[in-house]
Design a protein around this ligand. Structure first.
Ligand code: NAP
Length: 310
């Protein structure tokens, strides 16, 4: 029977996704029909984004999976009407984008590029720049993105520490877990990268106490989620010099309100949630793969664990 795939991520996204999705479904020879409207009881799969009109999943009684176009699921995972399996996006292009964003900002801090970009005429004080193996970088979150970033940073030779919920073994990374592991990780982090999901267990993780554990003048790169950071504590740490600089891509409120102090703080770089975006061509393949698995009765890829919240 033809599987009905409801694209419920909005009309604008549909313009971008329609052709790549149809091609991806075709490539896997799937008997599936992509629609933007259908009686809920006829829908087999829902392609979802947080801005979706579909927020009550109760009438979708036949739906085998909700396929999120976003990697982060904090806006849907707690939806009490969602009883269907929820899959998040793990897209190779999104991963590559994140690797490039993080490596770019880590190298910027490592090489002290801002000093040269903002140098005044006559500012000629050559110092030997450190090499990557002399630079301690810590990554909080060693999932799809954290591990890809770690792998890329390890090719430069950075002295890498990482932290996850469970014990991990990642080549080139000293892995930590648990509260003691977090402290250990933070204490080494001359450059700290946060690639954690936003859950009850990670919200405000970077509070005043955690920021105080960093080596003085550490740099922060946060493309994870705004809620991981206590904004007021970060501003205080930046003002005191405990944190030397922060590059923030994600915020509690997005777009970041014009009056937010991050915009004008001399030690903050704001980027508008562009670290990594889901790309239609590669993401469509991931969606089609999951529909194929659903149709074959195979376990879905990138299934979200509701209990853990990610
Ligand atoms: P993922 O594969 O689910 O990995 C999450 C990692 O965080 C895992 O290593 C997990 O530990 C760890 N973790 C979760 N809760 C924890 C806790 N309480 N304590 C310690 N570690 C914890 O996710 P991902 O694909 O790498 O993505 C990470 C996040 O990046 C997303 O959730 C999203 O918020 C953000 N993101 C941002 C952008 C952007 O453009 N700015 C784009 C995509 C994603 P275990 O391995 O032990 O489970």
């Amino acid at each position: 029977m033809t599987a009905i795939v409801l694209f419920a991520a909005g009309q604008q996204m549909y313009e971008t996704y329609r052709i790549p999705l149809m091609q991806a479904l075709d490539n896997l020879a799937l008997d599936a029909r992509l629609v933007t409207d259908a009686p809920p009881e006829c829908v087999d799969y829902i392609i979802y984004a947080p801005s979706s009109d579909v927020q009550d999943f109760t009438p979708y009684t036949r739906c085998k999976a909700v396929l999120n176009l976003w990697a982060g699921v904090e806006k849907i995972v707690g939806n009490p009407t969602l009883t269907q399996p929820l899959c998040r996006m793990v897209d190779p292009s999104l991963t590559q984008g994140m690797v490039e964003y993080v490596c770019g900002h880590v190298l910027r801090y490592h090489l002290g590029m801002d000093d040269h970009i903002h140098a005044r005429p006559g500012d000629w004080h050559p110092v030997e720049p450190p090499l990557a193996q002399e630079r301690k970088v810590a990554i909080l979150g060693l999932g799809a993105l954290g591990q890809a970033v770690a792998q890329a940073l390890s090719t430069f030779g950075f002295d890498l520490h990482g932290w996850a919920r469970s014990a991990k073994s990642v080549p080139g990374v000293r892995c930590h877990h648990g509260q003691d592991g977090l402290k250990e990780c933070l204490s080494h982090a001359q450059i700290l990268v946060t690639l954690l999901p936003l859950t009850a267990g990670t919200e405000n993780l970077l509070d005043a106490r955690a920021l105080a554990l960093l080596p003085k003048g550490a740099a922060l790169v946060n493309p994870g989620r705004g809620g991981l950071v206590d904004d007021a504590a970060l501003i205080a740490a930046l003002d005191s010099g405990q944190v030397g600089h922060a590059t923030l891509d994600v915020f509690r409120t997005e777009p970041l309100p014009a009056e937010h102090p991050f915009w004008t703080h001399p030690r903050v770089t704001v980027t508008p949630h562009i670290a990594a975006t889901t790309r239609a061509r590669t993401a469509s393949h991931v969606i089609a793969q999951n529909i194929a698995r659903g149709e074959q009765g195979l376990p879905f890829l990138h299934l979200v664990d509701r209990g853990r919240g990610y």
